[in-house]
Design a binder for this molecule. Structure first.
Ligand SMILES: O=C(O)C(=O)C[C@@H](O)CO
Ligand code: MG
Length: 390
């Protein structure tokens, strides 16, 4: 079997968009002085879809959601020629070809995300070629089904957040992730607002459920140091990305305080990036995303590393490309789950592009044994609401 063609297309959402409310999520731009801009950078309304076809007619599907037009250009210009004509079963060799050929200017960020998309499509081909779901090629079923946590609860008014939490508590979720709306620029008033929001959500879900707190890199080390003791009483399962991804020493320092488990990794890349995080004991939970970190070839290795460090892997975003690794990895106890909503920030966009994503039931996800590959197909229902860049 040989790879015959690689096609990368960008799906750009043109349909109805719900404007995010309030200070919906702190983020790295918050430390700058123009707050209206900080929110406008926070959108993920397009996606790159990669289809790789083999000479025996199998089509594998991969995807990447970081800087989609740039990712497409990297795939078209650099990565496709490196894999065309090769046997997809030589996936490690192909991965190293892509990684090493782009190493001078790639390594992290959008290049690694583009490599991830090609690698995902290759793994989809492998599964389809032997009629097995990808998780069966990675170690098989380590759990009957995958526990997942509800991930939305953007910072709007507290009543609305409470109603949202109640609705999904009633649907059987036992774990929730909420977003902080405020950071250092919002001074003491923002500190109070942040605490109020956690209190409001805890009031609804109680203390028998897990609660995760997302900063999305919108704090700094000093602010995080001040916030940790104030948050302890709410018993968070983890505090996520309190500082920018490059401040690994900052993560390590916060982790050493032994106050609240610190999580991170959704903006880290490659086996080496995670080795650094683990060596420095920077995080208590690893959150790579397979469509950023280097695809399944890289994520599978990172899982082994995390197992050896006894650090759980709970990938960013959920979605099929991550669920197969979670299912096949004992070190991965749970998945993130973006619920189906109208398009807002864009975390929900994959529901509009793909068919085959499992819907959570009572806080659990199931993968089917009888669907080969990654289990996704392209949806046609919303096609007229996307601009497709060929
Ligand atoms: O789901 C997460 O962990 C994210 O960081 C998603 C991002 O959109 C912030 O909510
Ligand atoms: Mg996050």
């Amino acid at each position: 079997m040989k790879i015959k063609s690689v096609r990368a297309r960008v799906y750009e959402w043109q349909g109805k968009t719900v404007p995010p409310q309030g200070n919906f999520c702190s983020n790295a731009m918050d430390l700058l002085y123009a707050p209206q801009e900080t929110m406008s950078t926070f959108r993920f309304h397009s996606w790159t879809v990669v289809e790789i076809e083999t000479d025996d007619g199998i089509v594998g599907l991969g995807n990447v959601a970081l800087a989609p037009r740039i990712a497409k250009a990297i795939i078209d210009e650099y990565l496709a020629p490196l894999v065309i004509g090769h046997d997809p079963w030589d996936y490690e060799y192909l991965w190293q070809r892509m990684y090493r050929a782009t190493h001078a200017w790639g390594r992290k960020g959008v290049t690694m995300a583009a490599i991830s998309a090609v690698d995902l499509a290759i793994w989809d081909i492998l599964g389809k070629s032997v009629n097995k779901p990808v998780f069966k090629l990675l170690g098989g079923r380590t759990k009957e089904r995958i526990p997942c946590y509800y991930s939305k609860l953007y910072r709007t008014d507290l009543k609305a957040m409470q109603e949202e939490a109640q609705k999904f508590l009633d649907q059987g979720f036992k774990a929730f992730k909420m977003r902080f709306g405020y950071g250092p620029a919002h001074l003491q008033e923002g500190v109070r607002e942040n605490l109020r929001s956690v209190e409001a959500v805890r009031e609804v879900i109680g203390y028998d459920c897990d609660l995760m707190l997302e900063c999305y890199m919108g704090w700094n080390l000093e602010y995080a140091r001040r916030m940790l003791p104030k948050l302890e009483k709410f018993e968070p399962r983890w505090l996520e990305e309190p500082v920018i991804a490059d401040d690994i020493d900052g993560y390590a320092e916060l982790s050493r305080l032994n106050s609240i488990p610190i999580s991170g990794g959704e903006h880290e890349f490659s086996l080496y990036g995670f080795k650094q995080l683990l060596d420095k004991k920077a995080v208590s939970v690893v959150q790579y995303d397979t469509n950023r970190v280097g695809g399944i070839t890289a994520a599978h290795k990172i899982n082994a590393l995390c197992e050896a460090f006894s650090v759980p892997v709970i990938p960013h975003a959920g979605q099929m490309h991550n669920y197969h690794l979670t299912m096949s990895t004992l070190a991965s106890p749970m998945a993130e789950y973006f619920p189906i909503f109208d398009v807002e920030v864009g975390n929900e966009l994959f529901w509009y592009i793909f068919d085959g994503e499992p819907v959570a039931e009572n806080g659990f996800l199931q993968l089917r044994d009888d669907v080969p590959g990654l289990g996704l197909t392209l949806k046609t229902e919303y096609l007229d609401q996307f601009r497709i860049v060929e």
